[in-house]
Design a binder for this molecule. Structure first.
Ligand SMILES: CC(=O)SCCNC(=O)CCNC(=O)[C@H](O)C(C)(C)COP(=O)(O)OP(=O)(O)OC[C@H]1O[C@@H](n2cnc3c(N)ncnc32)[C@H](O)[C@@H]1OP(=O)(O)O
Ligand SMILES: CC(C)C(=O)C(=O)O
Length: 520
């Protein structure tokens, strides 16, 4: 089990280049305000990101301002600004990162035939000249220059090697070979890095970097394969946000390397205990919800609903978790109560909630819990509380609900068909009423004649949603005294009936004049 703290071992160090504020922000709808960008940048710096790509300064004045401000405040990480292979872009990026403690200009140009022909409309030779000119310009502004060959994975290897060699010769210190359109497979991507590093004569003068998109869901797998192929920088984003299907997710790369250090002997400088906080910060800054089943930071990443898993987790955490929640900044594992839960988890939940039930009561409550969970999407603690409290209270009831069917709607009269168990005998009655609840109460009164008066009827939803448990309170008054009964059920009519019966049972227990018909 990983203890994913901030320790970087003797393993090979992989630099984390975070592009949440640049490529991440490029996904539709993810635009962040100036203040939000500063907040995210501070968080990235705090968690140990090596390079923060703060934006694309030529894109807008707002982007320029944000990159400049981030460059001015970040003291530890390198701050990079993106630039096309255009002189004005590079000058603007250089200006934006000028005040950074560690400034970087990241310039890129297409290398694939499809891009050269259709987007750049330039020949291979012309692009090589552009690389020399633009990387040299960037290098005259800052020491740290990254060059990217856009669409590298659809570029013939011979030309890619020539482009890389040219960029290094012009002064690039980092060479990024992006899978711009998320097309590569892990084997191909690993082999590409290996081949370029072996074939380019000056390859040892640069750090190689991977930048993967998730169009085929392979971004993280490809990033890890690139590391095996010799990349020592990976470009990624928090929550995997980014152009189209997104970029490789930072948290997944970091934790894959931590947890599987046995087969991937590499590590990063990231303090993984910040991962959840960073995920929430980015999700809220760009109003992008994190999918529930997202690895590491999804709300279900450390949640277990099925009984067998919950039983295993209660016996030993490593039965179904490969990292501790604390290692990624998640407060704790959650055992979610639902239709797949078993007795072990139910018992543990009740203990956690302060209930100690005997075996029979527990079995009874579990049966009712399963019935509720079958009808209800989310079973909250309040649901269980309502269910158990009612269960405890009704243990000695003489009058119990067996079944209830109600015909309601616009075409009255409303009619209730009720079966009760009274002292072990099942009796039935049908009654009409002025509304379905009146019909139910009339049926009860027919089976359990009494003189008590309904003093209060109150209904409220215990939990959220249209499938919420309705909790009904009924107060019955007789001879100046009153009793209150409660009932909970997703069906308001059933909870009304239960509440009425609960109140009647209290009257029976007090010896009031209530005629439990079957008992007579
Ligand atoms: C894979 C990536 O993520 S690359 C980064 C993508 N990010 C963005 O595009 C976000 C920011 N972009 C922008 O704000 C704008 O596109 C700008 C400011 C950069 C450019 O705006 P415009 O000047 O209006 O150009 P427009 O966006 O319409 O077209 C892009 C131009 O850049 C050219 N171009 C694209 N990439 C490069 C490059 N790496 N180097 C040089 N030129 C490039 C295109 O060929 C096209 O040129 P053309 O107009 O001569 O045909
Ligand atoms: C600018 C480059 C690195 C890029 O974002 C890509 O190729 O996806």
């Amino acid at each position: 089990m990983s203890n994913a703290g901030n320790t970087v071992s003797a393993k090979d160090r992989v630099l984390i280049f975070d592009t949440t504020l640049r490529d991440g922000e490029q996904c539709p709808g993810a635009t962040m305000t100036f203040e939000e960008k500063l907040e995210v940048a501070d968080m990235l710096d705090m968690m140990g990101v090596d390079i923060i790509e703060a934006g694309f300064p030529i894109a807008s004045d707002g982007d320029f301002e944000a990159v400049s401000a981030i460059a001015g405040r970040i003291k530890r990480a390198t701050v990079a600004g993106l630039a096309r292979a255009i002189s004005a872009d590079i000058a603007r990026a250089g200006e934006a990162v000028r005040h950074a403690a560690r400034p970087r200009i990241h310039t890129f140009v297409s290398t694939s035939p499809i891009h050269l022909q259709h987007q750049m409309r330039k020949s291979e030779e012309e692009v090589l000249e552009i690389i020399t000119r633009t990387v040299t310009q960037a290098r005259n502004l800052v020491e740290d220059v990254e060059w990217s060959g856009m669409d590298a994975t659809r570029t013939p290897i011979d030309y890619l090697c020539r482009a890389v060699e040219t960029a290094i010769k012009a002064g690039a210190t980092t060479i990024n070979l992006p899978d711009t359109v998320g097309y590569a497979t892990p084997d191909e991507y690993r082999a590409m890095f290996k081949a370029v590093r072996e074939r380019v004569p000056n390859a040892d003068r640069a750090i190689f970097s991977a930048h993967c998109h998730n169009d085929l869901g392979l971004a993280v797998a490809n990033s890890l394969a690139a590391i095996e192929g010799g990349a020592r920088q990976v470009e990624c984003t928090i929550n995997g946000i980014g152009e189209r299907a997104g970029n490789a997710a930072l948290e997944e790369i970091v934790m894959a390397l931590r947890v599987r250090g046995d087969v991937m002997p590499y590590d990063t400088g990231i303090d993984a205990t910040y991962l959840m906080r960073a995920s929430k910060a980015v999700s809220s800054a760009c109003s992008f919800p994190v999918q529930y089943n997202k690895a590491i930071v999804g709300r279900n990443a450390f949640a277990h609903e099925s009984g067998i898993h919950q039983d295993g987790m209660l016996k030993h955490q490593q039965t179904y978790e490969i990292m501790t929640p604390a290692s990624v900044g998640v407060t704790k594992t959650s055992l979610v109560m639902g239709k797949h839960s078993g007795r072990a988890a139910f018992r543990s939940k009740l203990t956690e909630m302060g209930y100690t039930l005997g075996d029979n009561q527990l079995e009874d409550a579990f049966t009712r819990f399963k019935a509720l969970a079958d009808r209800k999407k989310h079973v909250y603690d309040e649901d269980i509380e309502a269910l158990v409290d009612e269960n405890l209270a009704t243990a000695h009831d003489r009058v119990k609900l067996v079944s209830l069917t109600v015909i309601a709607g616009t075409r009255g009269p409303q009619r209730a068909m009720l079966k009760l168990d009274i002292d072990g005998r099942v009796v039935a009655e049908e009654a009409e009423g002025n509304g379905p609840i009146d019909a139910v109460f009339n049926a009860v009164k027919a089976l359990v004649p009494h003189e008590a008066v309904l003093e209060l009827y109150d209904v409220h939803a215990v939990t959220e949603g249209t499938d919420a448990q309705a909790e009904v309170t009924v107060r019955l008054g007789q001879n100046g005294a009153a009793v209150t009964g409660r009932g909970a059920d997703p069906d308001t009519l059933v909870s009304s009936c239960k509440a009425y019966l609960a109140a009647l049972n209290k009257l029976v227990a007090r010896g009031s004049r209530v005629h439990a018909q079957a008992a007579e």
